[in-house]
Design a protein around this ligand. Structure first.
Ligand SMILES: Nc1ncnc2c1ncn2[C@@H]1O[C@H](COP(=O)(O)OP(=O)(O)OP(=O)(O)O)[C@@H](O)[C@H]1O
Ligand SMILES: C[C@H](N)[C@H](N)CCCCCC(=O)O
Ligand SMILES: [Mg+2]
Length: 246
């Protein structure tokens, strides 16, 4: 089975990690051995005196993944800025081959590997040289785009889609996040569907996560309701039957 998807955002903070956690949770609940990879985290958090990826911590909690952080994250930087700058501040050169080889290993070991970007598609990993979209191309992996749906998101989403299409990147669909049920969000969904012709894989409601208490069960309930396993399998299984080595 081959098997993976790259979760791209129209921007930072749209909910890529939230959605990635949900995809992992539903796949694992259906007995698939799914894993996540955050190639580059900027804005890492300190836990037990160690800098770790907060995105991976969230995914581990929601989807009950026991793997170590190092398995699910290649680079983790302290500054919450663009990855290229965060890596420069720490004098670390991001090696794209290290990420690609890491992904290959996960790809071989797990049923599905869900890769999360950083920010949007044109975020640099290496200044003037290597961007999130380059990584998507190098991994030869289809994408799902996560977007919020308030005023301003038609433009962001359509630009992201048309940019990726211009690079020949295969887009499996859109996941709408932080939906609050307004008339203009409903209209934005219709307009985005009509312009892009893409499938809306899921619409995830904006939850009241109010910090800590009960957020895991609230999030899981939302995923149970709105992330359907058949749609997710369509997302992560390559329709052309090909695999990474091609
Ligand atoms: N559906 C939702 N309901 C409520 N809060 C949400 C929802 N989705 C995401 N959030 C919150 O919004 C914030 C940003 O979400 P998230 O971390 O998933 O964004 P991201 O796209 O992964 O950002 P980054 O580019 O930093 O990786 C987080 O505090 C998260 O808990
Ligand atoms: C720090 C932040 N939460 C993400 N990890 C990185 C977002 C980079 C965005 C770069 C940009 O588009 O200007
Ligand atoms: Mg994230």
């Amino acid at each position: 089975m081959n098997k993976g998807v790259f979760v791209l955002g129209t921007d930072t903070d749209v909910g890529k990690t939230f959605v990635t956690a949900g995809i992992n949770y539903i796949l694992r609940k259906n007995n698939f051995n799914a894993i996540s990879l955050k190639p580059v985290q900027s804005g890492g958090i300190v836990k037990d005196n160690k800098l770790i990826s907060g995105d991976i911590e969230f995914i581990k909690k929601i989807a009950e993944v026991k793997e170590d952080y190092e398995i699910m994250n290649c680079y983790c930087f302290k500054e919450a800025v663009s990855p290229h700058l965060a890596s420069e501040i720490e004098n670390v050169c991001i090696d794209k081959n290290r990420i690609i080889n890491h992904y290959k290993k996960l790809y071989e070991k797990y049923d599905f590997c869900i890769v999360e970007g950083a920010g949007g598609s044109i975020v640099p990993l290496i200044r003037d040289e290597y961007y999130i979209y380059d990584l998507v191309k190098d991994l030869n992996i289809p994408v799902v785009i996560v977007t919020t749906i308030g005023v301003g998101t038609i433009n962001q989403t359509v630009l992201t889609v048309s940019f990726l299409k211009s690079l020949g990147i295969q887009i499996r669909g859109l996941i709408i996040n932080k939906y609050t049920g307004t008339y203009y969000e409903d209209d934005n969904i219709e307009v985005i569907k009509s312009i892009t012709g893409l499938d809306i894989i899921a619409v995830i409601n904006k939850l009241d996560l109010d910090g800590k208490e009960g957020f895991i069960s609230k999030a899981r309930k939302e995923f149970d309701k709105n992330l359907h396993i058949d749609k997710l399998l369509n997302l992560v299984i390559r329709k052309d039957g090909g695999d990474y080595s091609e």
